[in-house]
Design a protein around this ligand. Sequence first.
Ligand SMILES: Cc1cc2nc3c(=O)[nH]c(=O)nc-3n(C[C@H](O)[C@H](O)[C@H](O)COP(=O)(O)OP(=O)(O)OC[C@H]3O[C@@H](n4cnc5c(N)ncnc54)[C@H](O)[C@@H]3O)c2cc1C
Length: 308
Amino acid sequence: MTRSAIFSPSNSMPKTILENHPLAPLTTWKIGGPARFLAVPRDLEEVYGLMRLAYGRGWPLFFLGRGSNILIDDAGLPGLTLHLAKSLQKLERQGETLRVGAGVALPRLARYAAVLGFSGFEFLAGIPGTVGAAVRLNVGADGQNLAGLLRRVWVATPQLQLLEFPARKLDLGYRSSLLLNFPHWLVVEAEFALNTPAPPQKIEEKMRQLLAARKARFPANPRSCGSVFRNPAPGPAAGALIEQAGWKGRRLGEAQVSRKHANFILNQGHATAAQVKGLIADIQENIWRTRGIALEREVVFLPDDLSG
Ligand SMILES: Cc1cc2nc3c(=O)[nH]c(=O)nc-3n(C[C@H](O)[C@H](O)[C@H](O)COP(=O)(O)OP(=O)(O)OC[C@H]3O[C@@H](n4cnc5c(N)ncnc54)[C@H](O)[C@@H]3O)c2cc1C
């Protein structure tokens, strides 16, 4: 880990900080109340200014990427939320590596690598999140995960320091990394290895196949967070456990366990966060009682998971 320069003294800030801004449309589940304050920083300088503002005033600070692994409470979020899906969009080849801003969407990263003629990124084409959140969780699909590509990561801490970590220091495991222990650290940039050259058409073809296979496996309703639970180790996958326990199609209000893939909970209309949480708790209780397995959530509850 390397520490580097403290942020510039300029109080750079976006022109607009939105008040009581709806967050549901910024998530894939389309659920949750408003942000007390929401800002869309244009660049790192503005991110720093906003962090300084929030910490200076004692406001809770939340990071939101593309909202594809998050459940926002019905009461919304206090303090300041930084919406990063349109910020930190750097995508730059440097020799045999790619430097990528935290706000870059994973499908865009996959396509960029394909155009450059490097394979290995195809599995990211169907994951609808940003690079920053993906690094934190070591996202994966189709037998691959980010750990196989990641070289280095830069994070900004609440003390306004920029830390650099080589990937080997991040304890990257199945949907986990050291960064999960530091939810107040903001991933700002990542470096990926370009080490498997391949013809772009072949890469595109592989991406098409993977996307088609996902389409066949996953529900058509896009209002979900992907997999709600991590797969327990060892043992059957979370989806299989939930299916075997008879949960497919069961609902609480307008939150429903998918009939196609039991690890997905769908918003079938105007589901509330309370309904989704209720369904999650009921499933956990049932699987624990009947199978003795504690299903662990992959999806993040905000603000709950950041309180205390
Ligand atoms: C249909 C569907 C399919 C999916 N398929 C997969 C899959 O195959 N494999 C897989 O692993 N995941 C999958 N996911 C889950 C999800 O896309 C990933 O977890 C993704 O990395 C989340 O990124 P995001 O930008 O949407 O994060 P968000 O949901 O916005 O945030 C998730 C968490 O990360 C934090 N965060 C966001 N940005 C940063 C940052 N820059 N620095 C630090 N913390 C940050 C947030 O505060 C929050 O705690 C799927 C989701 C959906 C909806």
